[in-house]
Design a protein around this ligand. Structure first.
Ligand code: IVH
Length: 694
């Protein structure tokens, strides 16, 4: 399965409905498989770029065949964890979706339909609210006696997933309501991420070799559906409340009254929400919100209109899965025409060649766009994009603009087809694209200056060497000056005091601090060093496992060289490491067998003194046991508890299964404790755990 990628025909217009349906099924299966490998088993088998290519292929087929979109479409759950990871929760009041209006006529028809349905006479006004449609994911929060009890995703509308532990880490969501809420109230709203926070998160993910999210919505979804709530806590998620679910006693007869109550209980309610008394006023509100859109810190993709009076809402009811009393007036995707001036090829840390479209600057939805992504070679072929073409670009929810099509009808007859380079544009090494992969890569390794630079930046990044005063800017400068090529060169900067002092804005003190910070990092945790090498697919977690298993970089390198023979013991040993699969091993073998990499590592080992991780105790009371922590611990943080368990040789997991030995339940332990009890897993209190591990 991991080796098979559904192949996408270059011309989707030539594909029949039957073929498209098969393609969508194959893509859904492949994406679900890799979602599980990534999130569930934590052993990705394909690169993020390849995964993204699958997701994009699915989007392209869905865009061409919207009526064939599957109910389990991956585009509805990008970044989603596999089902089964979270317990299921039935919604007492189903979570509905909204029908769409795309034009002003649709809005007038919406209002007229409602008036007809309610048999209102012409003189009788009807009030609506108009609210921004937040581009995030919806959530239902259940409060009993003012206390947050449970949080569930929308799921299929009837049944969602229990994400309570993760939701509790979001600072916008109150744990206790203020004011006088009803005994039971389910508050519904949207979890989202600000655009600026999204950009920072992606930059961090990039340095850490983590998953890059396509847009803030996917980042929010991926951040919420984490096995470990501590990961969610690190993600800047926010929340706007806008609806109710199961409520023992409504605080108001109107929606705007309910929004006011939500504010009084401590929720953020979108400040642009307003009351309107006619379809004309809805349209004005739409334009006002559309005008505000470019300056909002978060993405919105339309305006939601709702009948204000709850008695009317009840009478109107719903058709299939959407209420009659509400509609989403969608913004058109923002498009513009411009010229494709050039196609630049960027070379990433692992050698991936990524084409970037350079455009004549053009205003799209309040933002000047001069670059667009072209993803990869196939995408350029699909668009038949040629340098000099007039192109239509689009900024939808996505932050990175895309080319939608090339206007071949406006093209000069002699404009040549674009040919994707076979050589790395930076170092001239061969660029190769393995069968079935979407990405072409430079084979130059450490000898390619572009890869060198990106690897150096990664090497000093926060989760790797983390050298104070040595960020991307300095690395670029020192690399440009010819002082840095290999990671080992970082340590020779300490011999360049005079040259450093001669640089702009480098005073005596800052040079001394930099030199001291570099010296201090000669003693470096082995796992940071392994992570810092920037090997494909080797994130922090895998680096740690390798550090624990091999104890030194020399031993790891020797093992990976020996493992080139798949029938060797060395290979079997790598495969035996929990959570490491064949794909990761292939990348390790490729990396450590490269002579340039070997030379760089030898040079590096002459400069640093790697500190192996503390060996897990063999004979502790919990060695080899699988532990799950849940609820709030009072005597130590979750991270500390985890670290302690691992030190004692236990394996800490995020979810309860038949393999779990102990569930350590702190305060407010929820569904995990129930699940553990039902599986007969031993449940320990925090104190019992401390006694066991003392
Ligand atoms: S009301 C029955 N209000 O849009 C109505 N939804 O396409 C329930 N959304 O699943 C939804 N902003 O995730 C409502 N101000 C808003 C919204 C909003 C975003 C989302 C929500 C819903 C989807 C429907």
């Amino acid at each position: 399965m991991s080796e098979t990628y559904p192949s996408i025909p270059a011309d989707l217009d030539a594909v029949t409905d039957d073929e498209a349906a098969k393609l969508l099924a194959a893509l859904a299966a492949a994406i679900a498989y890799h979602d599980n490998a990534y999130h569930g088993a934590d052993t990705p088998e394909i690169s993020d770029a390849d995964y993204d290519a699958l997701v994009r292929a699915n989007q392209a087929v869905e865009a061409r065949f919207p009526n064939l979109r599957r109910s389990d479409s991956p585009s509805m759950r990008v970044g989603a964890a596999p089902s089964g990871q979270f317990a299921k929760i039935k919604h007492i009041v189903p979570m509905l979706s909204l029908s769409n209006a795309f034009s002003e006529d649709d809005v007038f028809e919406f209002s007229a339909r409602i008036r007809r349905f309610l048999a209102l006479d012409d003189a009788k006004p009807i009030a609506f609210t108009a609210e921004p449609k937040i581009d995030g994911l919806s959530i239902s929060l259940r409060y009993e006696h003012g206390e947050l009890k449970q949080a569930a995703t929308r799921g299929d509308g009837a049944e969602g997933e229990d994400v309570t532990a993760n939701i509790r880490t979001i600072s916008d969501i109150p744990h206790h309501l203020t004011g006088t809420p009803p005994k039971i109230v389910e508050v519904r709203g949207e979890i989202y991420m600000d655009k600026a926070d999204f950009a920072v998160l992606n930059a961090k993910q990039e340095t850490n070799g983590g998953k890059i999210f396509a847009n803030p919505r996917n980042a929010a979804a991926g951040s919420l559906r984490q096995k470990d709530p501590e990961v969610t806590r690190q993600r800047p998620l926010r929340f706007f409340a806008y609806a109710s679910g199961d409520v023992s006693e409504m605080p108001s007869n109107t929606h705007d009254g309910f929004l006011a109550a939500l504010r009084s209980w401590g929720f953020s309610v979108n400040p642009l929400s307003q009351l309107c008394s006619s379809a004309d006023e809805l349209i004005s509100a739409y334009h006002a919100i559309a005008d505000a859109r470019p300056n909002l810190p978060y993405d919105i993709d339309g305006v939601v209109y709702k009948v204000n009076d709850y008695a009317y809402q009840a009478r109107l009811g719903q058709v299939s899965r959407a209420p009659r009393w509400a509609i989403a007036h969608k913004f058109p995707a923002e498009q513009a025409e411009t010229t494709l001036e050039a196609i630049d090829i960027q070379v990433g840390r692992t050698g991936a060649l990524t084409p970037v479209a350079r455009l004549s600057p053009v205003l799209v939805g309040g933002v000047i766009v001069s670059n667009a992504t072209l993803h990869n070679e196939d995408e350029i072929m699909r668009l038949d994009a040629r340098v000099g073409d007039r192109v239509i670009i689009q900024r939808a929810g996505d932050v990175i603009p895309q080319i939608v099509r090339s206007l071949s009808e406006k093209r000069a007859a002699d404009l040549p087809k674009y040919t994707f380079p076979d050589k790395c544009p930076i170092c001239g090494s061969d660029a190769i694209r393995p069968d079935g992969e979407a990405v072409k890569r430079c084979t130059g390794g450490f000898s390619c200056t572009a890869q060198q630079l990106e690897r150096l930046k990664h090497f000093v990044s926060r989760d790797a060497l983390d050298i104070d005063g040595l960020g991307s800017k300095q690395i670029e400068l020192f690399h440009e000056l010819g002082w840095l090529a290999d990671p080992a060169d970082i340590f020779t900067l300490t011999n360049r005091k005079d040259e450093l002092l001669a640089l702009d804005r480098m005073g005596e003190k800052s040079v001394e601090n930099l030199i001291e910070a570099i010296r201090a990092r000669r003693d470096i945790a082995l796992e940071r060093l392994i992570f810092g090498l920037g090997i494909r697919q080797i994130g922090q977690a895998t680096a740690k496992l390798l550090a624990q298993r091999y104890g030194s970089l020399e031993d790891l390198m020797t093992a990976c060289i020996a493992a080139s023979d798949a029938s060797s013991d060395a290979y079997a040993e790598l495969l035996a490491i929990d959570q490491i699969g064949a794909g990761v091993i292939a990348d390790l073998i490729r990396f450590f067998n490269d002579p340039a990499n070997q030379a760089a590592i030898t040079a590096l080992l002459a400069e640093v003194n790697p500190i192996p991780p503390d060996a897990p105790a063999e004979d502790s009371s919990v060695s080899g046991k699988v532990i799950v922590f849940t609820g709030t611990l009072s005597k130590m943080s979750r991270s500390e508890a985890k670290a302690q368990a691992e030190r004692l040789g236990a394996r800490v997991s995020g979810s309860v299964s038949g393999k779990t030995d102990y569930l350590v339940a702190g305060a407010d332990a929820g569904s995990k404790a129930q699940k553990a009890a039902s599986l007969g897993v031993t449940i320990l209190s925090e104190d019992e755990w401390l006694q066991l591990t003392r």
